[in-house]
Write a protein that binds this ligand. Structure first.
Ligand code: XMP
Length: 326
């Protein structure tokens, strides 16, 4: 049977029992494939790579080597959660690379969105490649490829913008969730004991906050972006909106607006709130968020995030706007 084609009679995994059966089967298959060899995985902390990591830890324990690259463009608390869950709770063999300075130095002064994406993707490969070369005896590369990746591209996680590893780094692939749809990956993740906040995570672009800190990224605006985004996420969760709105985040443009603080004029940044509902991200609508929730978020951002004087809510559907601002 073609290994990348979902069999017509494969059941949709939508119960803990079906997830357990899938996990047992994959554990057996991975052990057969890998034997006593080592497997490398780029663990971003996204749903797919996290579920693959948890599954492989169950199957082969410390034979799995996870590399988490913090490109400095993660949301608040994300890298910390990866370390806490995988090193702290699952006792994973995890290499943590804080490459923040490398990425931000390379991105300094670069304001063209596609160029920013290329730099982030290219540097990610470089850092991962450097880490892989330091390790010995790795024969396999695990990937969080899921079925839509196979259907939409040719099995490459194209939307991760990471291109591929250099040609002299040849590994056999281990892709245990390649026949699953996203909702099934989440059910399997829950059955593996991963926290809800990791498994139910909203989509987050590969270039991360890099495409939400508009224009040339600066560290101070990036901090304002990360802090305002954390407040938005906290307040949406408190208002019961976190699992009702498909994607929501803040954006900080590279411009200042007039404000007044302590009786003096100030030129500070605006923060834009973006929230959308969509089925496939091709078109999107803007949810009607309760005024009281928006006001609370606004007052918290203005009080808690230095350098911000205004908060705006983006009412634009896709089309004509895209979901991201860059
Ligand atoms: P747009 O902005 O095109 O976004 O309406 C549609 C969906 O794609 C995500 N997105 C990206 N994901 N790398 C990614 O991995 C990217 O460069 C990228 N750009 C947009 C966006 O978050 C939304 O879910």
């Amino acid at each position: 049977m073609e290994k990348n084609v979902r069999p017509a009679d494969m059941k949709r995994i939508n119960t803990p029992e079906l997830a357990e059966a899938f996990i047992a089967e994959q554990v057996k298959e991975v052990r057969e494939q890998v034997g006593d060899k080592k497997v490398l995985l780029a663990l971003s902390g996204g749903v797919d790579s996290s579920v693959v990591a948890a599954l492989l830890i169950k199957a082969i324990g410390k034979q799995l080597v996870c590399v988490h690259v913090n490109h400095g463009l993660m949301r608040k608390g994300e890298s910390e959660q990866v370390i806490e869950v995988f090193r702290g709770q699952l006792d994973a063999n995890l290499i943590y690379v804080d490459a923040t300075d490398r990425f931000l130095d390379l991105l300094a002064g670069v304001d063209e969105p596609e160029r920013k994406r290329k730099i982030i993707g290219g540097e990610f490969i470089k850092v991962f490649d450097e880490e892989a070369r330091k390790l010995e005896g790795i024969d396999f590369l695990a990937q969080g490829t899921i079925y839509p990746d196979i259907l939409e591209s040719d099995g490459v996680k194209a939307h991760h913008n990471v291109g591929g590893l250099p040609e002299d780094m040849q590994f056999e692939l281990v892709e245990p969730v390649r026949l699953l749809f996203k909702d099934e990956v989440r059910v399997v993740g829950k059955a593996l004991g991963l926290p809800e906040s990791m498994v139910e995570r909203q989509p987050f672009p590969g270039p991360g906050l890099g495409v939400r800190c508009l224009g040339a990224i600066t560290r101070d605006r990036l901090t304002a972006l990360r802090e305002s985004d954390a407040i938005l996420r906290e307040e949406f969760a408190a208002a019961g909106l976190a699992d009702k709105v498909w994607q929501f985040f803040t954006v900080v443009p590279d411009m200042r607006a007039t404000g007044v603080r302590d009786g003096k004029r100030a030129y500070d940044w605006p923060v834009i709130i973006r929230a959308v509902n969509t089925v496939d991200a091709m078109t999107a609508t803007v949810p009607e968020i309760d005024w009281a929730v928006l006001k609370k978020i606004t007052s918290r951002i203005l009080a808690e995030v230095p350098g911000v004087c205004r908060v705006l809510y983006d009412l634009s559907p896709k089309p004509t706007a895209t979901i991201e601002w860059e």
